[in-house]
Design a protein around this ligand. Structure first.
Ligand code: UD1
Ligand code: MG
Length: 441
């Protein structure tokens, strides 16, 4: 059966108090809308229509970048009204429709698949969950035979109804053609004067279709309406990622302090020490060690490399097998050869470092003149003395040595020694004479 989806993303997200549209706020480094799209695609959804507000240009651009179609809900008259805005795009679609909210970033492909299975029982299904704190979620009232009776929005609930902890996860599946017919029959006589998507099952019942329920863990359906709920979603996502890495053989002694991105990849037997942060686009191979307080983004770390403590790998950092990047070392757009070492207080930008080269403490590539970036090439086995400034573009040949404190402005041939610093002058007794002239011993 063909599957399409609607993602509701036109709400103003006023409770976020942000100029950024709610669904573009990130969880584990990916906009919430991106997570929802990923889950729907993972469950085999071929077409996705994202419903946006007229001012939602940024949301439309993001959705289009992920090959989604977009629709505009002219005015924000509620979730049912928003779903109806996708009708023109899907009028000719015959198949099953999934309706998801753009502010539920924790849904997974497996959950969508469970929902689609439940939908096959009756033609309409909804994800429900047991909320620890039901707060403002819609309450799910069930029939004795385990189907949905109706959903009562928190603001419309009686005191007894608001005590119900089974809540609406905001994820639905229905036959597409019937769904749009039901949505067209929605009324807005409720506390918020809105067209509620949650009234669709009631209308379906008058059409002889019961609504089946797929139960999910709260950690998969938590909705984000405020900054505090965004933090809660981030924590749930981090817990899920940490668990996945532990199950895949990654070693962590304080997993609760490691922060990952949605796309982080880590091989088995790699050790992640406490307080390591992964931005987007990081791949770590097997058996590496990422020591405490390191920050990595857009970087590739090969097998057996040791990073940190307190290292910073920025986009384009490629660390070779068994290489060491130590404390207070920043690496950007630089390839570090196998077994090379930069252990202390160094900046390597726009550079290529050969295998087994040794980069002394305090080495700086001067790669930027305020206008353009220039490249530094360091050959295999070269020894860069402490506090060397490499003024790019410049090349240091294989096996060459630069003397400590040198400012290297010209290429150094292979196996040569380059010294570029003031010559030392020693004046015996000068200090004692100076002190005596100031009346001190
Ligand atoms: C909604 C459900 C509630 C459920 C909860 C799950 C309704 C009426 N209530 O409440 O039962 O427990 O989700 O998280 O459906 N949107 C539009 N246009 C609108 C209004 C909303 O596109 O006119 C979008 C929002 O951008 C959001 C989604 O629909 O992505 C849900 O809207 P929101 O206002 O967050 O509803 P909740 O109060 O969370
Ligand atoms: Mg919501």
């Amino acid at each position: 059966m063909a599957t399409a989806a609607i993602i509701l993303a036109a709400g103003q997200g006023t409770r976020m108090k942000s100029s950024l549209p709610k669904v573009l706020h990130k969880v584990a480094g990916l906009p919430m809308l991106g997570h929802v799209i990923k889950a729907l695609r993972g469950a085999g959804t071929e077409r996705i229509v994202v419903v946006t507000a007229p001012a939602g240009e940024e949301v439309r651009a993001y959705a289009a970048s992920l090959d989604c179609e977009t629709a505009i809900q002219e005015q924000q008259f509620g979730t049912g009204h928003a779903a109806a805005a996708a009708h023109p795009a899907l009028a000719g679609f015959f198949g099953t429709l999934v309706i998801a909210a753009g502010d539920s970033p924790l849904i997974t492909a497996a959950l969508v698949s469970d929902l689609l299975k439940a939908q096959q029982r009756t033609g309409l299904a909804l994800v429900a969950f047991n909320a620890a704190d039901p707060a403002a979620y819609g309450r799910v009232l069930m029939t004795p035979d385990g189907f949905l009776n109706r959903i009562v929005e928190f603001k419309d609930a009686s005191e007894a109804e608001s005590k119900i902890t089974i809540c609406n996860g905001g994820l639905y599946a229905a036959d597409a053609q019937k769904f749009f017919r039901w949505v067209a029959g929605l009324k807005n006589q409720n506390a918020q004067g809105e067209y509620y998507l949650t009234d669709v099952p009631t209308i379906a019942r008058t059409d002889g279709v019961k609504c089946a329920l797929a139960f999910a863990d709260e950690a998969l359906v938590a909705g984000v309406n405020s900054r505090a709920e965004l933090v809660a979603a981030e924590n749930l996502m981090q817990q899920a990622i940490r668990r996945r890495f532990l199950d895949a053989g990654v070693a962590m002694n304080a997993p609760e302090t490691a922060w990952f991105s949605h796309d982080t990849e880590i091989g088995a037997d790699t050790v992640i020490e406490p307080n390591v942060v992964f931005g987007p686009g990081v791949t770590v191979a097997v058996g590496a060690v990422i020591r405490a307080f390191s920050h990595l983004e857009g970087a590739k770390v090969s097998a057996g490399a040791i990073i940190g403590p307190y290292a910073r790998l920025r986009p384009g950092a490629e660390i070779g097998e068994g290489a060491h990047i130590g404390n207070f070392v920043e690496v950007k757009n630089t390839t570090i050869g196998a077994g090379a070492k930069a252990n202390h207080l160094t900046y390597l930008g726009d550079a290529v470092v050969g295998a087994k080269a040794n980069i002394g403490a305090g080495t700086i590539t001067c790669n930027y003149d305020g206008f353009t970036k220039a490249k530094t090439e360091i050959g295999a086995g070269a020894f860069i003395g402490s506090d060397t400034a490499l003024v790019a573009p410049v090349k240091v040949g294989a096996g060459a040595i630069t003397a400590a404190g040198s400012v290297i402005t010209q290429d150094v041939p292979a196996d040569a020694l380059a010294i570029a610093r003031g010559t030392q002058t020693v004046k015996p007794g000068w200090a004692a004479t100076f002190r005596a002239s100031r009346g001190k011993k």
